[in-house]
Design a protein. Structure first.
Length: 241
């Protein structure tokens, strides 16, 4: 892809003798929502961990904005603007909602206070429920509210690419709708998104393109609407006969 912001080339990831990801090729364009779907153990989270350099590739190359980032540390990847919201949220339970959000800007030392306040207000505009709870400890929030908080915190890091790992997991349907509406809003404001999801229907409806990962290998890639109509996808991931 000529305008690829993120590009994975023949990426392999090993955990000891186990090869969890085997030679995948994936791109995310500068304006896209791209989804990676697959079952438990397919290698979806491992792929995000490789991009974030939490557990880097054993083979292959990752390019971001034209730069080879394969040998960078995870904090250097974050400084480039690759921001991940991990599965399980990992918020700070004893800090307030507002403090949790502001922690997203920890690498942006020297940012004027007014700018940070404006960005926090923007998060509260996206998630009014967080504004109502801004002084509450993060650990007292519901699962859905914690997911909103984790996304809000990520936005304070000023992502050039936002990676979301299972944002709908364990959430009530109404909250899932809110989260996906915000993903659409974020993308419409110019932030590309790489979305990892087991809720294949929601993910493909939100995305422009998608990849299907099975046992560490990409077995299908296409425009999202084509994958939604693909018999293999419909039977394996949409629960249709």
């Amino acid at each position: 892809m000529a305008d690829a912001l993120l590009e994975l080339k023949d990426v392999h990831v090993r955990y000891g003798v186990i090869e969890a990801v085997r030679g995948i090729n994936l791109t995310v364009g500068a304006t896209e929502v791209v989804t990676l779907i697959g079952g438990n153990g397919a290698g979806k989270t491992t792929t995000l961990r490789a991009i974030s350099m939490v557990h880097g590739p054993s083979q292959g190359q990752i390019l971001f904005n034209g730069e080879d980032v394969t040998s960078l540390r995870s904090d250097e990847v974050v400084s480039r603007g690759i921001i991940q919201v991990p599965e399980g949220r990992h918020i700070f339970p004893n800090m307030s909602v507002a403090e949790n959000i502001e922690m997203g800007a920890f690498q942006r030392k020297g940012t004027p206070r007014k700018d940070l306040n404006d960005e926090i207000d923007r998060v509260f505009a996206l998630f009014p429920r967080l504004k109502e709870r801004r002084k509450q400890a993060g650990g007292t929030l519901s699962g859905g509210e914690q997911q909103m908080l984790a996304i809000g915190r990520a936005l304070l890091a000023k992502p050039k690419l936002l990676m979301l790992d299972e944002p709908s997991m364990g959430l009530a349907p109404q909250v899932v709708e809110t989260v996906f509406e915000v993903i659409d809003t974020i993308n419409s404001e110019g932030i590309p998104v790489l979305l990892i999801e087991q809720n294949a229907a929601m993910a493909l409806q939100a995305a422009s393109r998608g990849y299907v990962l099975e046992t560490g290998e990409i077995v299908l890639e296409d425009k999202a609407d084509q994958l939604l109509g693909n018999d293999r996808v419909r039977k394996a991931y949409l629960g249709e006969e």
